[in-house]
Each structure stands twice: as structure tokens, then as C-alpha cells.
Design a protein around this ligand. Structure first.
Ligand code: PMP
Length: 387
């Protein structure tokens, strides 16, 4: 891409689609109105455009536009869901349950919100493919649970959770169900009615939209149970104050709109075929490699998290610069590098986790890029081995 190498980190971020940029462009200069300015036509035009964006996001997940609260991204959406609900916890509901493979913005928010509000966080484990077993969830649930948060699609290993079933179990104990759906719309249809979610987080930059905007779906009858994180001029039904970034809202709406309907299904299939080609070609030249995560269709079509026995993932990725962008999933916590908590949770040893790389395939990936990537990775590994 643009002579900067092959981009294979689509679960970290995506390039903005050219149709998204086109839709956003007039809103930087031609339409300067504040969407909350009610006294003039510029304001009304901006408000109309934002409402349309909100409807596009809502329609994609079968919600209504007044249930979509724009945020700065999924990190803020996850924080609003968890802090928001925790701050208004009834006295008898003192526990939050999360899965072991949540994104850090759920794990850290749950811990902090629990500490601040005198609650407890329980973690439900996952199996070897990253699935939360409904029985494991049922065992942890009781009438003292406030909120359950399980991501719809995992960002490291692509596991597509049985969200509808987990939400149903959660509701049978009277608790609220939140799902981090940041990776969902590029993976599968995601419908908050069918999924039975009370709250769901989204982010534009994971679905070919701009960075700096996301949303929290909050079901209408749950909105009074959510304490805002940001107070101010009462925008977005008082749930998240601040002037809306109009061009970003337009970009988000346009990007989401491109992910619904038959063309989106075709795109997912094309991406999945490329992903399978990539894994199969790698396996042909390096038989000992293994795919971490689900082996079934319950996996994000663009995700390939691969274990390379005997290889140090960070060394391999460094040797591939600037030719291939992919990611190790390890985190830098207090100055030390820690292996991915997701790979550890599905049973990989520290060594195996440190020998694993996540490749993400997406809208702009070509067959030629996949073949070239396999060649470059193979060369780099052979060079490491002969050293
Ligand atoms: N949740 C998941 C599953 C993610 O993949 C990410 C991004 N890595 C986030 C939350 C955070 O999203 P944002 O970058 O929009 O804050």
C-alpha cells in the first residue's frame, strides 16, 4: 500500500474508505454549523446530517437513533457502559462479570468502576478457542449481579461469541448485558434485538471510518440507569455532553452503512477466502505453524492469529519492517512486556504466546499481497533459523 509495505493489521485499525472521505469532506469547511446551534440554518443543516449518521448507525444494528450515543471511540463507550451502570448500582447488585479475554478498556474500566463503587469483578474463563461456555456463565450468575460484559468478537483471535445466549442467561438473573461489539460489524451481522443486548460499544476506525469516534448503544429503557461520564450542555439526552464532531459522525454513519446488505456478505466471504489462502500457503511452507483461536466459521473472517514454534514474534515482526504490518498482542505494563492475556486465557504458555502473531486481512488486501507476505515471512524465519 503506497509503497509502505503490506498492511495486515486490520483489527488494530482500518484505512478510511474513499466513499467515507467523500461524504465527510463538505463538513470540514462548507458546513461549519454547530449541530446544537438552534438559531440558524447552518446549525439545522449540521443537526440534520448528524441525525442521519445516527440513523445509519442505528439501522445497521437494528436500534433507533435515540439509542445511539456518540463517543470518542470504543474505549470511551466501554467506560460509559461500565462506569455509567456501576455508578447507579442498586444496593443489592454488587458484582460485575466479564470474560477473561475482554479488551483492556473493559477490564481496566470494570476494575476501576468496581473499586470506586464498592463492587466486585468476577471473570468467566473461556475454552481453548476463546468461547465463553454458557454453563460457566450460569454458574457465576446470581441475583447480586449488576452487569455482564462479554465482547461480541475478539480482536486478537477472532472468536465470535454466542452473545444472544449469554444475554438471555444474564437477563434471567435480572442483570444488564453489555457487549463490546467493536470488531463485530466487519465479522458478521450484528443486531441488538436478536442479540438481546442492553448496551453495545462500537468504533468507527475498525470499520473503515475515521479515528476519534465511536458509539454506545443504550437501550431506551436502560438509559436512566446510566450515569454520564461527561457533563455539560446536555447534548445527546444528557448522556454525553459536548459538541458533536460533525465530519466524524458523517464518516462513521457512511462507513457503517457500507457494511450492511448483500455486498457486505460478499466482502466478508472474499476476505475469508484471502485469510484461508494466507494460512494454507504458510502451512505449506511451514507445516508446524498453528492457528490460535476458533477453527470453525465462528471466527472473524479477516483474523489469522498464528503460532510459529521456536520463533520470537517481536523479533520476526521487527525483521519484517517496513514490509509487513502485523501485531504481537503483547502489552507493555509498567515497563515490562507481558504476553497477550487473550492467548494465555486460551491455554497458551508464555513462550507460545510470545511466538504468536496476529495478521488482519481487510477491504484493501489483495491476493498478490497475501502471496508476497507469505514469501517475506518465510524468508525472515529461515534467516532467523540459520543465524
Ligand atoms: N474493544 C475492542 C475489541 C477493540 O479491538 C478496541 C481497539 N483495539 C477497542 C475496544 C478500543 O477502541 P478505540 O480504539 O475506538 O478506543
Amino acid at each position: 500500500m503506497d509503497g509502505h509495505g503490506i498492511y495486515m493489521d486490520y483489527q488494530a485499525s482500518t484505512p478510511v474508505d474513499h466513499r467515507v472521505i467523500e461524504a465527510m469532506t463538505p463538513f470540514w469547511r462548507v458546513h461549519p454549523g454547530n449541530p446544537h446551534a438552534t438559531d440558524h440554518a447552518f446549525g439545522w443543516a449540521a443537526a440534520r446530517a448528524v441525525e442521519q449518521a445516527s440513523e445509519q448507525v442505528a439501522r445497521a444494528i437494528a436500534a433507533d437513533s435515540d439509542e445511539i450515543i456518540f463517543t470518542s471511540g470504543a474505549t470511551e463507550a466501554n467506560n460509559l457502559a461500565i462506569f455509567g451502570v456501576a455508578s447507579r448500582a442498586p444496593r443489592e447488585r454488587r458484582r460485575i462479570i466479564i470474560s477473561a479475554i475482554e479488551h483492556k478498556s473493559v477490564i481496566a474500566a470494570a476494575r476501576a468502576a468496581a473499586k470506586r463503587n464498592g463492587l466486585r469483578v468476577d471473570t468467566v474463563p473461556v475454552d481453548k478457542e476463546g468461547f465463553v461456555q454458557p454453563d460457566a456463565m450460569r454458574q457465576r450468575l446470581a441475583d447480586d449481579v449488576l452487569l455482564v460484559s462479554v465482547m461480541a468478537v475478539n480482536n486478537e483471535i477472532g472468536t465470535i461469541q454466542p452473545v444472544a445466549e449469554l444475554a438471555e442467561i444474564t437477563h434471567s438473573f435480572g442483570a444488564l448485558f453489555h457487549t463490546d461489539a467493536t470488531q463485530a460489524l466487519t465479522a458478521c451481522d450484528f443486531d441488538v434485538q436478536r442479540m438481546n443486548a442492553d448496551l453495545a460499544s462500537l468504533s468507527a476506525h475498525k470499520l473503515y471510518g475515521p479515528k476519534g469516534i465511536g458509539a454506545l448503544f443504550i437501550r431506551r429503557d436502560v438509559q436512566q440507569r446510566v450515569e454520564p461520564l461527561i457533563y455539560g450542555g446536555g447534548q445527546q439526552h444528557g448522556l454525553r455532553a459536548g459538541t458533536l464532531p460533525v465530519p466524524l459522525c458523517i464518516g462513521f454513519g457512511t462507513a457503517v452503512n457500507l457494511l450492511v446488505g448483500p455486498s457486505a456478505d460478499q466482502e466478508r466471504q472474499r476476505i475469508q477466502d484471502l485469510r484461508d489462502t494466507f494460512v494454507n500457503q504458510l502451512r505449506k511452507v511451514m507445516p508446524p505453524i498453528q492457528l490460535n483461536g476458533p477453527r470453525t466459521s465462528r471466527r472473524h473472517p479477516g483474523n489469522a492469529n498464528i503460532y510459529f514454534p521456536g520463533i520470537e514474534a517481536d523479533v520476526l515482526l521487527a525483521s519484517l519492517q517496513p514490509h509487513i504490518a502485523a501485531s504481537t498482542g503483547s502489552a507493555c505494563t509498567s515497563g515490562t512486556i507481558e504476553p497477550s492475556h487473550v492467548l494465555r486465557a486460551i491455554g497458551l504458555s508464555e513462550e507460545e504466546a510470545n511466538a504468536s502473531i496476529r495478521f488482519g486481512i481487510g477491504r484493501n488486501t489483495t491476493h498478490n499481497e497475501v502471496t508476497q507476505a507469505v514469501e517475506k515471512i518465510t524468508q525472515s524465519i529461515r534467516r532467523q533459523e540459520t543465524r
